[in-house]
Ligand binder design. Structure first.
Ligand code: NAD
Length: 315
């Protein structure tokens, strides 16, 4: 059987598939040529770049499986594919820790002004060293501060664990009842169960020193002007979930008024092009949707995807 890994696959995943007798092609076929060229394959794996829409599915009657390396399946017409008997699989847990660690890259960067000082040092470094030191003199520590996690699923839980490990108080908000505690694995393999406090979102907004969002985007932002009115002055906010979850215009207003101290965004409206006001804002750090982009996460994704393909197609 032939598999097209159109957005690439980690070498471990490729090896597992080849060992199981599949032929894996890592050529990237441009979107507009897929309808014709995908017909020669039994399965396709994608990340977020390649779109698998109904018309493409109709054009490829031999397709038996679509594999998404990662979580979000917004680029695949999942229900339509399944209605045609095509298996659709993804690897939802493989990247959770990597996304959680990126949240803390943004948080630690935000509390110590890393992004802004990096922007200004090449311009003002030698001539205004004292001025820059003064501008970035009011950093804060994370330990003892309250982290509010909105969306307590796979990534929210990993984020909470990192926060607990740093000595933060963690409060969480979710539509469903959250676990009462989280197992925190310390070095040496010691596991400690830490109680978790679930609160209403309004309570979280009022109490959190830092907020991290880990929810899907449904149809409208869950943090907009009304929510920014409720947050603690000086809060730092991170969104590594989906663009659209925060109302960006309301965020800019809250940053400019000083209500929000900083924002770290791995996702934003109109990806891959962030609005200029965010790109150039001294209180914003941006990353280009790289939450899952670590060697470890990609290896886990490749491995999990390969095992799912083997399980489905070797039946
Ligand atoms: P998950 O399904 O495990 O968890 C989502 C949680 O959010 C669920 O517990 C759900 O009940 C809760 N939720 C939904 N709407 C809510 C609301 N309005 N208020 C409070 N809670 C709400 O998902 P996950 O794997 O943790 O992923 C979370 C987000 O991260 C998704 O949007 C996913 O697409 C995104 N993600 C981003 C990257 C990246 O590279 N930045 C990588 C992977 C996933």
């Amino acid at each position: 059987m032939k598999i097209l890994a159109n957005d690439g696959i980690d070498p471990l995943g490729k090896q597992l598939l080849e060992d199981a007798g599949f032929s894996v092609d890592t050529t990237h076929i441009p979107q507009e040529e897929l309808a014709e060229r995908l017909q020669a394959y039994d399965a396709i794996t994608v990340r977020s770049a390649t779109k698998i829409r109904a018309a493409l599915i109709d054009a490829c009657p031999n397709l038996k499986l679509i594999g998404r390396g990662g979580v979000g399946m917004d680029n695949i017409d999942v229900d339509y594919a399944r209605s045609k008997g095509i298996a659709v699989v993804n690897t939802p847990a493989a990247s959770s820790l990597s996304v959680a660690e990126l949240v803390f890259a943004h948080l630690l960067g935000g509390v110590r002004f890393l992004y802004d000082s990096q922007r200004k040092m090449p311009v003002e470094g030698a001539t205004n060293f004292g001025g820059l030191k003064k501008a970035y003199a009011k950093g804060v520590e994370l330990r003892g501060k309250t982290l509010g996690v909105i969306g307590f699923g796979r990534i929210g839980r990993e984020t909470a664990k990192v926060g607990l490990g740093l000595g933060m108080d963690v409060i969480v908000s979710d539509l469903f009842e959250a676990p009462k505690s989280l197992p925190l694995v310390l070095s040496g393999g010691i596991t400690v169960d830490i109680p978790i406090q679930q609160v209403e979102i309004a309570d979280l907004l009022e109490r959190a020193d830092f907020i991290s969002l880990h929810v899907p985007f449904i149809d409208k932002p869950i943090i907009g002007a009304a929510e920014f009115a409720q947050v603690k002055p000086g809060v730092g906010i991170v969104n590594a979930s989906r663009g659209g979850v925060i109302d960006e215009l309301a965020l800019l207003e809250a940053l400019n008024s000083g209500k929000v101290a900083f924002a770290g965004l791995d996702v934003f409206d109109n990806e891959p092009t962030p609005r200029t006001e965010l790109l150039t804002h001294p209180k914003v750090s941006l990353t280009p949707h790289i939450g899952a982009a670590t060697n470890e996460a990609q290896e886990r994704i490749g491995e999990e995807l390969a095992n799912l393909i083997i399980e489905h197609l070797k039946k």
